[in-house]
Write a protein that binds this ligand. Sequence first.
Ligand code: SAH
Length: 247
Amino acid sequence: MSVENIRIVLVNTTHPGNIGSAARAMKTMGLSSLYLVDPVVFPSGEARALSSGATDLLENAIITKTLEEAIADCELVIGASARVRGISLELTDPREGAHIAVAEAASGTRVALVFGREDRGLTNEELRLCHRQVHIPSVADFSSLNLAASVQVLCYELRMAHLAGEGESGVPDIRERALADSAQMESFYQHLRSTLDEIGFFKSCNPDKIMTKLRRVYGRSRLNSVEYNILRGILSETQAAVRNLRR
Ligand code: SAH
């Protein structure tokens, strides 16, 4: 089933009740893979109580220290955010986002839907690890849903996309080759940054700002394994050439 490739990732959740309610929301919609990044209180009786029987999801939840670890093997990462301004990611609504997630999951892509903290949402650094942002189109001056409520909305859309058969039937395999996963992309960005630094590209520009823009470009193009290896090769050769010249 395609939704098995979709995981819900809750980042640094403060209230254990929200973890339980999110597990319940997931189970009712047929999702089971829950990742908890640095939860403030877990395990917890409150989480169990509010999961209302979805305790299997809590027991099988995978706990990580960082978001990077939770998404390392994912090729598509979608961040849910109440904020829409000041974020340079491609924006999608829950219906379109769920359609993309289910269609990609059906062809073997591991997909993560990432939710932020109750008080502050996701940091800019965490959003930078995402390929897209999904925003539930709430009203502008009261835009933030409860964490578990937003998990419910997105899981419902995933369910609808799944039931519509988009994931099950006739979706062509959009991947000729495996896509580079998040861990590979992170090492690519480090390599790119050090190469640009060595060739003196940044000059007086702020490297962080340039890297944010470059991450956007490469995030959009979803490199497969062959493309990834070509780019890594180009970077290595560039570094070798510069080092030779300087010798
Ligand atoms: N003040 C925070 C809101 C946090 S609500 C902020 O500025 O982001 C906790 C989490 O619920 C968010 O990080 C997000 O993952 C999810 N969420 C809440 N409202 C949402 C919305 N309108 N669209 C998408 N996700 C939302």
